[in-house]
Design a protein around this ligand. Structure first.
Ligand code: SF4
Length: 294
């Protein structure tokens, strides 16, 4: 019989305290703003790529009001090549909301956090847990995978199901908010470092002896194979990225001819430029018809 779920968290916390990565947004001195910035950056981007950008960002804009006083274009330029640059625009808009409506302080309740631009349920919960040490279930991809294997005995977590995932994580959390916070980090870290998607390292896992998937003989996934990720080469994302690189590098408006001249697929590049304008990442200059960051 599997032991109680709280013991699972206890073992994971002990392992986490020994093995955790030293990440600045997890440090005791990290501010709620630093945590919020990290959560925006980490949504689609790996930790090692986020680290230098996060440090630069926090040095340039250590508070929400510092960022709010900058232009959206400065934020998008500083986002550099983290990908999905709409996140930079949203973070800038969220900073303006925090500065104007919340006295420059990151809100500490779920509904107010959810009212900020670009903040969804996951990010809001993560900020409450990591910045304000409140007890809430937080479920990201890594946590879903660990729960699927260790608790449900499934090789793969399947599609996100908030009505299942949040109560499942809540059941794993110690009652004490500080230990619940550590447990959340520990589940995430196990999914990132040990219970990885392709090759879980069960031989070094701190909860191997109580993992339901291992106990079941590590059966393969019954789910249909997921489609492999769409190719980046030749994609609309690549076309958008090429135009964004030109806009980030320029301090003056860039002519349309310059933005499109090296595009291997001109109609695709025109669509990409139109989509960047629609997303608020590029604006047409009023006097010469070129484009620039907002
Ligand atoms: S024993 Fe293996 S499958 Fe189970 S939680 Fe640990 S790494 Fe994941």
């Amino acid at each position: 019989m599997l032991p109680s779920s709280s013991l699972l968290a206890d073992d994971l916390i002990a392992w986490y305290l020994d093995e955790r990565r030293d990440l600045p947004w997890r440090a005791e001195e990290a501010t709620p703003w630093g945590v919020l910035v990290s959560e925006f950056m980490l949504q689609q981007t790996q930790v090692d790529r986020v680290l230098p950008r996060w440090h630069e960002w926090m040095q340039a804009w250590p508070t929400p009001c510092d960022l709010a006083a900058a232009s959206a274009g400065d934020a998008i330029r500083a986002w550099d090549r983290l990908g999905y640059p709409r996140r930079a625009g949203w973070l800038h808009a969220a900073a303006q909301q925090i500065c104007a409506e919340h006295a420059g302080e990151v809100p500490d309740d779920l509904d107010t956090l959810l009212s900020l631009k670009g903040v969804g349920d996951y990010t809001a919960r993560a900020v409450l847990v990591f910045a304000f040490h409140q007890r809430h279930p937080v479920v990201d991809t890594n946590i879903r995978r660990v729960l699927a294997r260790a608790v449900d005995g499934e090789a793969e977590p399947g599609a996100p199901r908030p009505a299942h995932d949040l109560p499942a994580m809540s059941a794993q959390l110690p009652q004490d908010p500080e230990r619940a916070r550590l447990a959340t980090y520990a589940f995430m870290e196990l999914g990132a470092l040990v219970c990885t998607a392709r090759t879980p390292r069960c031989e070094v896992c701190p909860i191997r002896s109580r993992c339901a998937w291992v106990a079941a003989g590590s059966p393969p996934s019954a789910a249909p194979k997921r489609r492999t990720q769409a190719r980046f080469e030749g994609s609309d994302r690549q076309a958008r990225g090429r135009i964004m690189a030109l806009l980030r590098a320029a301090r003056e408006p860039v002519a349309v001819s310059a933005l499109l001249q090296d595009a291997p697929d001109r109609p695709q590049a025109e669509r990409a430029l139109a989509s960047l304008v629609a997303d608020g990442l590029a604006v047409e200059s009023t006097h010469d018809g070129g484009f620039q960051l907002p």
